[in-house]
Design a protein around this ligand. Structure first.
Ligand SMILES: Nc1ncnc2c1ncn2[C@@H]1O[C@H](COP(=O)(O)OP(=O)(O)OP(=O)(O)O)[C@@H](O)[C@H]1O
Length: 370
């Protein structure tokens, strides 16, 4: 029997903080989530010095919660809210222009209220996160192509571009402009190629970078998940940033993610990072649905010779070793890059690439995932 959330929260409420307040009075517990015998939550503090000072509080919380009947593990993440002294309000993204700049662009809707655990997105049946360990392996390309392949197969598909460091879906899916919010509360997503799309990139000016810290990311992600009018979707694909950071952590805490697909190229350096990404999803209790090998082979358009620029078969071998499904391999092709750059993913057309994506889509549909 799993422990009651309120009981668990009460158990740690009176832990004394370094400043003499109690943990409850300090109001720094976020995303408190009880999942069977596992309790996860975030302690949100102002800066790294405060985070260090919190070590005894964290240890005491862990001790008390672990002692509760039915609790097997306690996962606590302490995040620094803003650089020392900046005092950025909770959940607000900051622009690269630095503190004191204009109102953050993402504040189109109401300010998100703290969310305690994974919250379903009304109307959305399944959520698939697309991740990679290493950057530039084609995660966004795979996401946009898979989205259109699923839409071609008759599914109602959403695509959330949560790659805050390089949101490329507006370009790859050919959408632009700032999403509307007629009531000032909810955000209207964009639509292209039969896919419902929202991207952090659509909320930024061209070329603008954002510098967000953990809790700010959480607030922004929460808005994108909960305040966008996604409508009825069979599946929502989420294009993650590369690596194992705050967005991945926040997503798995905020949304009931059905599972993650990991994209990698076959070479060792990408595979090492892919392994880390898989390990992270496992730690976050998010099932890894399988691995995809991108840039698997290259066929010369002049002589027809097939070359393996990044090696070949490494991802399939890795999947086998980890006991995970291998979902398929996708060739390195100039057309794929050109199609992505022009806003019409290659999977919209005909030929080997479109067929590969159709097979991947079919596999997910038959597996009841999409
Ligand atoms: N199979 C492919 N054939 C040809 N070009 C590809 C292929 N896959 C990806 N690319 C190209 O490689 C570049 C990087 O791809 P993409 O942006 O999808 O990678 P990513 O892993 O999402 O990168 P990031 O780390 O920036 O999020 C893009 O220019 C894309 O068009």
């Amino acid at each position: 029997m799993s422990v009651n959330r309120e009981v668990a929260l009460k158990e740690i409420a009176d832990i004394p903080m370094p400043d003499g307040k109690t943990l409850a009075e300090a109001d720094i517990v976020r995303a408190f989530n009880v999942d069977g015998g596992t309790i996860r939550f975030v302690l949100e503090v102002a800066d790294s010095a405060a985070a260090r000072a919190l070590a005894p509080v964290e240890a005491e919380a862990r001790r008390r919660l672990t002692a509760l009947p039915g609790v097997d593990s306690v996962q606590i993440v302490t995040t620094a809210q803003a650089a020392a002294g900046q005092g950025q309000p909770r959940g607000e993204p900051v622009r690269s222009s630095g503190p004191g700049g204009a109102a953050p662009s993402l504040q189109i809707g109401r300010h998100p209220t703290a969310q305690s655990g994974p919250q379903p997105i009304p109307g959305v049946k399944s959520i698939i996160a697309i991740g990679s360990g290493k950057g530039g392996v084609g995660k966004s390309t795979v996401t946009s192509n898979l989205a259109v392949a699923l839409a071609r197969a008759g599914r109602k598909v959403g695509l959330l571009d949560a790659d805050i460091y390089g949101p490329s879906q507006p370009r790859m899916m050919g959408v632009s402009g700032r999403p509307a919010s007629p009531d000032g509360q909810r955000i209207e997503p964009m639509h292209a190629h039969g896919v419902t799309i929202m991207s952090i990139g659509l909320m930024l000016k061209e070329g603008e970078a954002v510098v967000w810290r953990g809790p700010m990311l959480m607030g922004a992600l929460q808005q994108l998940l909960q305040q966008v009018n996604w409508g009825e979707l069979d599946v929502l694909l989420i294009d993650l940033p590369p690596g194992t950071g705050d967005v991945q952590l926040s997503l798995c805490q905020k949304a009931p993610v059905t599972g993650a697909i990991i994209v990698s190229t076959p070479q060792d350096v990408a595979l090492i990072d892919a392994r880390r990404a898989i390990d992270m999803f496992r730690k976050l209790k998010t099932p890894v649905l399988g691995l995809v090998e991108n840039m698997s082979s290259y066929t010369c358009t002049n002589c027809g010779h097939e070359a393996h620029l990044f090696g070949h078969g490494g991802v399939a071998a890795e999947a086998q070793q980890l006991g995970l499904p291998f979902l398929g391999e996708l060739p390195l092709q100039l057309d794929v890059r050109l199609a992505g750059d022009s806003g019409s993913p290659a999977a919209l057309g005909e030929g080997a690439v479109a067929d590969s994506y159709a097979r991947l889509a079919d596999r997910l549909i038959k597996g009841g995932i999409a």
